[in-house]
Design a protein around this ligand. Structure first.
Ligand code: SMG
Ligand code: MG
Length: 369
């Protein structure tokens, strides 16, 4: 399929409530939305970057410039025979993986829509429903935290992740564990600890957590391997795994027992699937992380999470957990068994609400071959 035109949109879509991690706070989704055009078909993608370089090095502004000046021109006029070719075209680009992923997702969606095949089928998915949980940001007090968690548990979420940081780790985790002894519970530190805080992290071992996510530096693998030997709870790497090679290195070094795969973090589905496959071969379970995506990125994550080694619940909550009004007309709703149903329609299955999208777009460009 020849890529005839590419539309890029910067958006600002406010969250229902601000989301606070160990190091920063976000009020709205600031993704770049991509639309590829070919032969009368369109494909959609989302680069779920933030305002600042707090999660990784990318921002909405860097992704916008990268896509507009470097990445989109690399695709325009190309006649693709398979969506996997996009990953190969972008291999000479260093970093900027979320920007690459936004375009790569759109190519998969384009092929899926053109061929009448669902993203899940294209990727080799085997599940009709995927288990999901909810990620709960740092709260003002333990009381507030218990209220928020109660709301999600009552809504049907059977797995909860707590954001932690020094001063907000053992006590909030203990409080949630005491209230819900059987809840599937995990924590995420977003790289705020150092190896000399291993004793504090080991105190989390008593809470029967599924995993401790990214306790140490965003670009570390070595210290995580040392830390893992001091903890009973499996470490799950998120930020540190930006490519299939990083996953292989982490597995070889024993730096983690679990991997969080965000297809956006690793440059798209092609890399995400490779990580899935090599973790599978090594006996390392994976789960699909989230970047508080709009309905476009959410559908992409659900499609990927239908692959067989996604054996732990994903951070892919229903759309209404994030937004009052999303930019799709077919939001996901939570099934009673804490799952989302995998779309079976062509491509990702997301149906974009163009009027709503226009209303939240802050910058727009259309590039032609
Ligand atoms: O999408 O529900 C979601 C949020 C999941 O906690 C989540 N993501 O490190 O895993 C993570 C964070 C990154 C989000 S930064 C705003
Ligand atoms: Mg994380």
């Amino acid at each position: 399929m020849r890529i005839e035109a590419i539309e890029l949109r910067r958006i600002r879509l406010p969250y229902r409530a601000p989301f606070e991690t160990s190091g920063w706070r976000e009020e709205a989704n600031h993704s770049v939305i991509v639309t590829l055009h070919s032969e009368g078909v369109v494909g959609w993608g989302e680069a779920p970057v933030g305002v600042g370089p707090w999660y990784n090095e990318e921002t909405q502004s860097t992704a916008w410039v990268m896509m507009r000046e470097i990445l989109a021109p690399m695709l325009l006029g190309r006649d693709l025979s398979r969506p996997e070719e996009v990953d190969a075209i972008f291999t000479r680009v260093r970093g900027n993986r979320m920007a690459r992923a936004g375009l790569e997702f759109a190519a998969w969606d384009l092929f899926g829509r053109a061929q009448g095949m669902s993203l899940s089928t294209m990727l080799g998915g085997t599940r009709q429903r995927v288990e999901v949980g909810v990620s709960v940001g740092v709260q003002e007090s333990i009381e507030a935290l218990l209220d928020v968690v109660a709301g999600y548990v009552n809504a049907g979420y059977q797995r909860v992740k707590l954001k932690i940081k020094p001063g907000w780790d053992v006590e909030p985790t203990r409080a949630v564990r005491e209230h819900w002894p059987d809840l599937r519970l995990q924590v995420d530190a977003n790289s705020i600890y150092t190896l000399d805080q291993a004793d504090q992290l080991a105190r989390l071992d008593e809470f029967d957590l599924l995993l401790i996510e990214q306790p140490l530096a965003h670009d570390d693998i070595i210290d995580h391997a040392k830390l893992q030997r001091l903890l009973r709870t499996p470490i799950c790497l998120d930020e540190s795994i930006v490519s299939p090679d990083h996953a292989r290195w982490a597995i070889e070094l024993g730096a983690c027992g679990v991997i969080n795969i965000k297809p956006s973090r690793v440059g798209g589905f092609t890399a995400a699937r490779r990580i899935h496959d090599l973790a599978y071969a090594a006996g390392i379970p994976v789960w699909c992380g989230g970047m508080l995506e709009t309905g476009i990125g959410r559908a992409a994550n659900v499609g990927l999470a239908s692959l067989p080694n996604f054996s732990l619940p994903g951070d892919i909550s229903a759309n209404d957990r994030y937004f009052h009004q999303d930019i799709v007309t077919n939001p996901f709703t939570l099934n009673p068994d804490s799952t989302l149903s995998v779309p079976t329609g062509p491509g990702s299955g997301a149906e974009v609400d163009l009027e709503r999208l226009a209303a939240i777009t802050t910058d727009y460009v259309m590039l032609h071959a």
